[in-house]
Design a protein around this ligand. Structure first.
Ligand code: BDR
Ligand code: CA
Length: 327
């Protein structure tokens, strides 16, 4: 099987970790590197967590490049301890012994070098604030055109998680998100809260993780506890965030999401800071589109893919569960 080369720019984050885990386990995907950015935690934590996840999956061979510790405006965005704990991994970081080194090269330098050495070949994932990618665009006007495809977790059409209208990754560095959507990437998919909220991890699959009792299932079980508690306090929904992992699921099986052509713009100031304006009706720009927007998700199909890929030795048990129990 020909493998799809990808780079994940991320701010791990429990849901970033799940995206990395899925990418590492699927034969169709070739993960070439992780780039870290400040977001869910400060840069030191997100970089350490990127290394930890690779160590957890016995893939210390994959390089980690540290990126930007402040947003484009020079300010460190607010981190997200409420969902993922002080360490960004729901308190689990200390349980993973990682001795892999971070590369010396800055993530932005790495992105510029790697993409220009492989023009038109690499799919780039943006699952944290878009800061590193915006810096790469600012430094090289040809950068965006050389990326095969950009898959972004961010934004929403009708909701928010930092304000009524803004999702965290775009809210944390709205200027970077704006510049990314204006940069002219050949293909951009925006996978936002409208769909990622629908795949939140419920008690049934979390229990399955406890029962499987493997290093990865234990990680998922424990690292998601904080998110469940937070969602209970905030919304009386005992589920954990899974946002970022849907991007990798979609790369592997596009039929998981229904996409619509759209023109997407990002607000940078005021009450609507970080809002993604998603025009699927052709109101602006003479109906031209700059991206595709994820409108709906088949959550059953996503979980079938995620679970059978990461826990392939349990495929029969998972299939029986999915047939009987799936909500
Ligand atoms: C996004 O923000 C982060 O907290 C998550 O990792 C995800 O990338 C969801 O709004
Ligand atoms: Ca993230």
């Amino acid at each position: 099987m020909e493998r799809i080369p990808i780079i994940i720019d991320c701010d791990p984050g429990v849901d970033d970790a799940l995206a990395i885990i899925l990418a590492l386990h699927h034969p169709k995907v070739q993960l070439r590197a992780l780039c870290s950015v400040t977001g869910n935690g400060n840069l030191e934590n997100t970089t350490r967590n990127a290394k930890d996840i690779l160590a957890l999956c016995q893939r210390r061979d994959i390089p980690v490049y540290q990126g930007c510790g402040v947003a484009l405006d020079g300010v460190q965005p607010e981190t997200v301890e409420s969902s993922f704990g002080d360490d960004g991994l729901g308190g689990y970081a200390a349980s993973i012994a990682s001795d892999n080194e971070v590369r010396q090269e800055h993530a932005v330098d790495f992105l510029l070098r790697e993409i220009s050495e492989h023009p038109g070949e690499i799919t780039l994932f943006a699952i944290g604030p878009c800061t590193n990618i915006a810096h790469a665009i600012r430094r090289d006007a040809t950068f965006a055109g050389k990326v095969k495809r950009l898959i972004v977790m961010g934004g929403a059409k009708g909701t928010g998680n930092m304000s009524p209208v803004a999702e965290y990754n775009f809210w944390a560095d709205p200027l970077a998100a704006k510049e990314v959507f204006e940069a002219g990437f050949p293909k951009v998919d925006m996978i936002g809260l409208d769909v990622t909220n629908k795949i939140a991890l419920g008690a049934d699959v979390r229990e399955m993780m406890r029962i499987f009792d493997t290093p990865i299932s234990r990680f998922i079980y424990h690292a998601t506890q904080k998110g469940v508690d937070d969602n209970w306090d905030f919304a009386r929904r005992p589920v954990a965030p899974m946002h970022d992992v849907l991007t990798v699921g979609y790369l592997i099986d596009e039929s998981i999401l229904e996409m619509q052509d759209a023109f997407i713009e990002i607000e940078t100031d005021g009450l609507s800071k970080g809002q993604s304006l998603v025009d699927i009706g052709g109101y602006w720009h003479n109906g031209q589109c700059n991206a595709r927007y994820a409108a709906s998700v088949d959550s059953r199909k996503f979980y079938q893919l995620f679970l059978t890929t990461v826990f392939h030795e349990k495929v029969n048990e998972i299939n029986e569960f999915m047939k009987k129990e799936w909500r």
